[in-house]
Design a protein around this ligand. Sequence first.
Ligand code: ATP
Ligand code: MG
Length: 143
Amino acid sequence: MSNKTLAILKPDCIRKNLIGEVILKITEAGFEIKGLKMVKLTEASAKGFYEIHKNKPFFNDLIKYMTSGPCVPIVLEKENAVEEFRKLIGATDPAKAAEGTIRKLYATSIQENIIHGSDSDENAQKEINHFFSRKELLDINGF
Ligand code: ATP
Ligand code: MG
């Protein structure tokens, strides 16, 4: 069990001016912020990040969406972080997400669903490395 996960506040979160509200939900749930930045994903970077979905029918739209404006990747720490964070954000489709989850509260569609959360410890580490260099995290946190 690892204690880190990667969140991304997606472009619709930034467009709706919800960065503060969503981060408050995250910190109120007991997650600590260990890295945070604003980035505009290039097409290549978005394709790399979501490579696992490259054969899905929604892939091209997903890349357009994720490159449509700035994103905010965040490194989070909590015991059992991956599972706990997936619970906090709710199901991919906000219509199916549990009451009180971030997607239920703020998302509008299965694509524009506000936020990303890593789905395994292995992917969390890969995804953290996608946005934050080892040196950066070492300089900030000593890990
Ligand atoms: P994420 O990986 O962003 O945390 P997730 O793990 O809940 O989301 P995935 O199946 O990994 O869901 O899908 C990645 C993203 O692709 C979703 O968050 C959503 O933005 C988009 N997506 C997934 N399924 C669909 C779909 N059926 N139609 C349109 N977009 C979709
Ligand atoms: Mg996923």
